[in-house]
Design a protein. Structure first.
Length: 73
């Protein structure tokens, strides 16, 4: 299984490429926004603690509402 960071970066690249190919301005804006979110997720994961013994990473405390707490559902 590829590293999650690489997977997120791959998704970001796919969104960016799709944005370049579309003629619809609304779709382009959405794809650019999605690419930015994937890159942000990759960056957050890169800054998170190293995987534990089980290979799982701790969630970064700055994900969610930007105040260190996950947003309420």
């Amino acid at each position: 299984m590829p590293d999650l960071i690489q997977l997120y970066e791959h998704h970001a690249e796919q969104c960016a490429c799709a944005a370049e190919r579309t003629d619809n301005p609304r779709h382009r804006a959405l794809l650019v926004k999605c690419a930015a979110k994937w890159r942000e997720a990759a960056r957050a994961l890169r800054q998170s603690p190293q995987p534990n013994a089980d290979g799982a990473r701790e969630l970064s405390p700055n994900l969610g509402d930007g105040k260190g707490q996950a947003a309420a559902a």
